[in-house]
Design a protein around this ligand. Structure first.
Ligand SMILES: CC(C)(COP(=O)(O)OP(=O)(O)OC[C@H]1O[C@@H](n2cnc3c(N)ncnc32)[C@H](O)[C@@H]1OP(=O)(O)O)[C@@H](O)C(=O)NCCC(=O)NCCS
Length: 299
């Protein structure tokens, strides 16, 4: 790929230049995501800025016309997200220009993202390959009726800081890489549950405030049944409120559980990758898999 990215881009009457996403007013970033109908609050942008890096496209009078971010997970892998172009500029090459700038910052890294329909063609043109569908399920949460008893010797409890290392190790096969920094940050701002058999972690789940209400994720588990066990207390906690879950699981007990909780499929996006060994783990894998993403941007 040609890594010489022009510093400015002319689109219609605009001349745009790059700026660091960290140097821009939160309210202006917020206005950009509102313009494309995304639910992020200013706080959600701030959260993403603390975890990742990115660029914005500024016009001559410093209006934010586009954004793109990346979230490194160690030296060899990053997830990409927050690619937005102001509606008045779309289909003029701005997103491609921003993406090329981001890709130039991630040389040799394996990359993964979750693509909206509008962006899939752009990512394909940058050699990303479609892998699987993510179901964005959301609505007003309601408590599912039938709670099953925990198997003998199992215990579900809120996680403590001393559980974090076990969570990081358990999460890695499903995510494809360890993500200690992100999980530690999520841990600080989330309600977290773990399913234990003795000292062994069998599943974990987190939920936090996001967008219009709350998001349930990440969830990692060895089986759909265990994923349901750790999801249930969050649904109870957020019943009557807006709750969202992004999951690759299309069918089976976990998908039915999500529907029963009042969270129908609202939209889908497509996980796309560039490079080897960066796919999500597979549900049903004996090492455990992700049943819910932390977010579409962070994976
Ligand atoms: C997706 C989005 C970022 C594209 O921005 P853009 O500035 O219009 O993109 P570009 O002009 O750089 O287009 C890049 C390529 O995608 C194509 N494209 C752009 N918009 C498209 C659309 N709505 N449908 C199909 N193709 C489209 C362009 O033709 C171009 O293809 P080419 O390189 O083969 O000519 C923009 O539509 C947007 O902000 N949408 C809402 C938020 C969103 O979905 N973000 C993506 C998150 S994964």
């Amino acid at each position: 790929m040609d890594l010489k990215i022009p510093d400015t881009l002319h689109v219609d009457a605009y001349q745009m230049r790059f700026a660091n996403v960290a140097d821009v007013d939160l309210e202006r970033l917020h206005a950009l995501s509102i313009a494309v109908g995304w639910p992020h609050r200013a706080e959600d942008w701030q959260y993403l800025r603390e975890l990742g890096h990115g660029f914005v496209a500024l016009d001559d009078i410093d209006r934010v016309m586009g954004s793109a971010m990346w979230f490194p997970h160690g030296e060899h892998f990053a997830t990409l997200g927050m690619l937005i172009t102001s509606p008045r500029l779309q289909t003029n090459g701005t997103a491609k220009w921003l993406m090329q700038r981001v890709l130039a910052e991630c040389p040799g890294m394996g990359l993964r993202l979750n693509a909206t329909r509008a962006a899939r063609r752009l990512y394909r043109s940058l050699d990303f390959v479609a892998q699987q569908t993510v179901f964005q399920c959301q609505g007003e949460a309601r408590k599912p009726l039938d709670a099953t008893d925990l198997p003998a010797g199992h215990e579900i409890r809120q996680l403590r800081p001393s559980d974090l290392d076990a969570v990081i190790a358990f999460d890695a096969p499903g995510f494809a890489f360890p993500r200690p920094v992100h999980l530690a940050k999520l841990f600080e701002s989330s309600l977290c549950y773990g399913l234990y058999r003795g000292e062994e972690l069998r599943a974990f789940s987190m939920s936090r405030a996001f967008g219009r209400g709350y998001v349930l994720g990440p969830i990692a588990a060895l089986s759909p049944e265990d994923a349901i066990v750790v999801a249930r207390p969050h649904v109870d906690a957020h019943a009557g409120h807006f709750l969202r879950i992004d999951t690759h699981v299309e069918a089976g007990p976990f998908a039915s559980f999500v529907q029963q909780c009042g969270l129908p499929v609202f939209d889908t996006v497509t996980t796309m990758t560039l490079g080897e060994g960066v796919d999500y783990g597979t549900v049903g894998d004996e090492k455990g898999a992700l049943y819910a993403l932390a977010s579409q941007s962070m994976g």
